[in-house]
Design a protein around this ligand. Sequence first.
Ligand code: GLU
Length: 472
Amino acid sequence: MTCDGFSVVRTRFAPSPTGSLHLGNARAAALNWLFARNQRGAFVLRIDDTDQERNVPSGEADIIEALQWLGLDHDEGPDRGGAFGPYRQSERIERHRELARQLLESGHAFLCYCTRDELQAHRAAAIAADQPPGHSPHRDLSDERRRRFEAEGRSPAIRLRAPGGPIEYRDRLKGVLSIDGDDLGDPTILRADGTPTYNFASTADDIDMRISHVIRGVGHLPNTPKQVLICRALGAQPPEFVHVPTVLAPGGGKLSKRRGAASVLDYRDRGFHPAGVLNYLSLLSWSAADGTEVMAPGELIAGIDLDRLGAHDPELDENKLGWLSGQHIRQEAPEALAAMWRGFGGLDDLGLDEDDLLRAAEVFARRTRLLTEAGPELEAVFGAGSAGCPDSAGEREVLQLVADAWAEAPWRPAELKQAMRTAMKASPVRGRGFFGPLRRALTGRDEGPDLAEVAYALGRSRTLRRLTGKRS
Ligand code: GLU
């Protein structure tokens, strides 16, 4: 905590509500959240919605839903308020204008009346004359010319006066970087129509919201010197910038709708375990020193280390994501997993009570990677038409032997397995001749999960009924 009572570390996730949250963006959210939680800081959700034309109506709600599903709870945001609101950028425009005016008054910024065509012509002329093209020709406009432009009815943009010479800025991964102010040009902060640019609005909000760390994709690195200039002009210390490599589509290349950029909520609907997805997003960026891959959210929080962020662009790998989902499914307590399975439906016709589901969760969790796989998995075991009749007296004898052994056994998978082996020893048939009829009687199929586990999941009375055809 600082002396004014606010957390020292304050991170933010600042998506534009222009569509659903895809995995690349969710990765930035995850890192900001993990780092804030690791540092006992605050995680802020800001909706950068100033580009009204690109906003989609359900954008903000979808983003919040996706963050909640991943478990990335925010401390401040448009839906829950906070000391530095409002948290929708569009509601902060007056503040952006006020700060732009301040910069005008302090001489850090100036009015630029150039039209688009004039700017283009100026650029072309500067390039032809081997001069830096990015500065405005109106940096030092006389009062008289200004009045003339005003009289013509032109509205000015407000631009920051970029200094000549090197502008240094720092990135946590890349160290100190530098760009020549002449190459950067004079960044526009307020357009002629009075709307703030992304660089200005974002920087002003980061300052006002006391953001200490900006963790985002390396695609934003070219914006950083402009943002640092804006911070300095406003008399603020720039946040620590952490630009992480870009998440690429499977096989390389940019993520696109058809290549890997499915939304987080699509992964939810396909049955991925949320902690598995969070684990995967985290692994895309950093790994534990001891090589541990499967980590619960609390372990990720404890383990995240910005100094272990990878330097290479990771490729999305759905197979790995599915594997991690499966690892988290098997670590889930049966009660919690049963609730998740129920959420996906498909179990209603199987006539399972809560105990049935808990036993099934206990033994079948590790056979699935996706929560949606529970339906078919359980159908194959519990499905009403599954039990098959024995074909012969020999088979009936096998079933009776096992039924007798299991009738007495403690109803645990290990004990059931032991009892089954003992029964086999007493039987004239072994191997397939023994297990085949048993499996067919229990499940109506020739293949499937471990038989002791099937029996355990079915429960004693269902199992004995299937073996003997009688109610136990
Ligand atoms: N709204 C910006 C984006 O979605 C935020 C970028 C940033 O983190 O500064 O790309």
